[in-house]
Design a protein around this ligand. Structure first.
Ligand code: PLP
Length: 383
């Protein structure tokens, strides 16, 4: 028929999360704990900077790699916060969200048939991203018994020694798991031993409640084999402004920039001005949001505990990942909860096989709604 859909696209099913949003829209009293985005707006100083840039008529493209001033601010920020040392000129690329950074990186580094190990449960875009880039995804399941942390043994068991790249995300979406520097050590060792490159999505780095964030790129011998992703969507509540960045050695950012410059040209200019101001003056607002997420996290964990629902102690991002408290599949439980009580949670298997038997519960929702959602959840399992 002329416009034949590619085999790659046909092989990727639509997102399991979308289906739940559609179901949730069928009624108007639904409390959604399904969304993965902040319920706050971006700090005013960042919004004002965006408005100011428009008033000044700054509506042109920026350089492909992003405003140099912004890259310098990012370079200073990641050094202060995570001890990461990346050069603003050559090692940082500003992108249209972490989404574009991951996509462009996969297309820049993956040859047809290359294997990309994806740690599961995983953010829903990674496996499709690998497929669209022509690679072969290799699923590396993590287990609740390990608090969903990645271990040397899990990599070995999954056959990741033959992988070209390893895609990981800590703090994790969907489980809320985090990994300390010590825990990342054996993962780094595995990657060095087997010459595996690492793509580390650290978009939730600021949202850690019991430890400071450690980037795998700071471990010995890892900087040269790692691409680090971060952005403004989560910590700065800027999802709609679409801004992220990739950091890697010069030849790697040059390759990613090749894909970016032809595919995207440059990241949104208005958002770049907002991001610059966010880095300059919004630490207090970020701190206030993080404190609020932590309060909610502790509330949700303690409510599940009171109900006798097994839920491992998530320490990062804004998700907890309880076990389904009945004999049903995660999907059947989530559908029943939505239809009968009007509470939306995402079945864990939407994030890969390792998520079956769990629910992703987002606490990026006000405490009043969380209280009511937990009350309804309790009513549902007591019936
Ligand atoms: N990475 C992870 C782990 C996410 O959870 C999300 C959004 O939910 C993204 C990337 C997308 O980030 P961005 O809004 O910067 O494209």
């Amino acid at each position: 028929m002329g416009l034949d859909i590619s085999e790659r696209v046909r092989s990727v099913p639509p997102s399991g999360i979308r289906k739940f949003f559609e179901l949730a829209e069928e009624r108007d009293d639904v409390i959604s704990l399904g969304v993965g985005e902040p319920d706050f707006s971006a700090p005013w100083a960042a919004r004002d900077a965006a408005i100011d840039s428009l008033e000044r008529g700054r509506t042109s493209y920026t350089s492909n790699r992003g405003l140099l001033e912004l890259r310098r601010a990012i370079s200073g920020h990641v050094d202060d916060r995570y001890d990461l040392d990346y050069d603003a000129d050559e090692e940082i690329l500003v992108t249209t969200g972490v989404s574009e950074a991951v996509d462009a990186t996969l297309r820049a580094l993956v040859d047809p048939g290359d294997t990309v190990a994806v740690v599961e449960p995983a953010y829903i875009s990674y496996v499709p991203g690998v497929v669209f880039a022509g690679g072969e995804p290799l699923r590396v399941p993590t287990r609740e018994a390990d608090e969903f942390k990645l271990t040397y043994e899990a990599l070995e068991r999954a056959g990741a020694a033959d992988a070209d790249l390893l895609m990981l995300c800590y703090p994790n979406n969907p489980t809320g798991a985090v990994m300390t520097g010590e825990e990342l050590g054996p993962v780094a060792e595995f990657c060095r031993e087997h010459d595996v490159g690492v793509l580390s999505d650290e978009i939730y780095a600021e949202l850690q409640y019991e430890n400071d964030h450690t980037s795998i790129a700071t471990l010995p011998g890892m900087r040269e084999r790692t691409v680090v992703f971060n952005g403004f969507s989560k910590a700065y509540a800027m999802t709609g402004l679409r801004l992220g960045y990739a950091m890697a050695p010069p030849e790697v950012t040059t390759a990613i920039n090749r894909v970016h410059q032809y595919g995207m040209l440059s990241a949104p200019t208005t958002a770049q001005y907002a991001a610059l101001e966010a880095l300059r003056s919004c630490d207090d607002e970020v701190g206030t949001m993080v404190d609020e997420y932590d309060r909610r996290r502790r509330f949700v964990l303690s409510r599940f505990d009171e109900m006798g629902v097994d839920c491992f102690r998530a320490r990062g991002a804004f998700y907890v990942f309880p076990e389904v408290p009945t004999d049903e599949s995660a999907e059947a439980f989530a559908e029943g909860l939505l239809r009968e009580e009007g509470v939306a949670m995402v079945p864990g298997d939407a994030f890969g096989d390792g998520g079956e038997g769990h629910l992703r519960v987002s606490y990026a929702t006000g405490l009043d709604d969380l209280r009511e959602a937990m009350r309804r959840f309790e009513a549902y399992i007591s019936d």
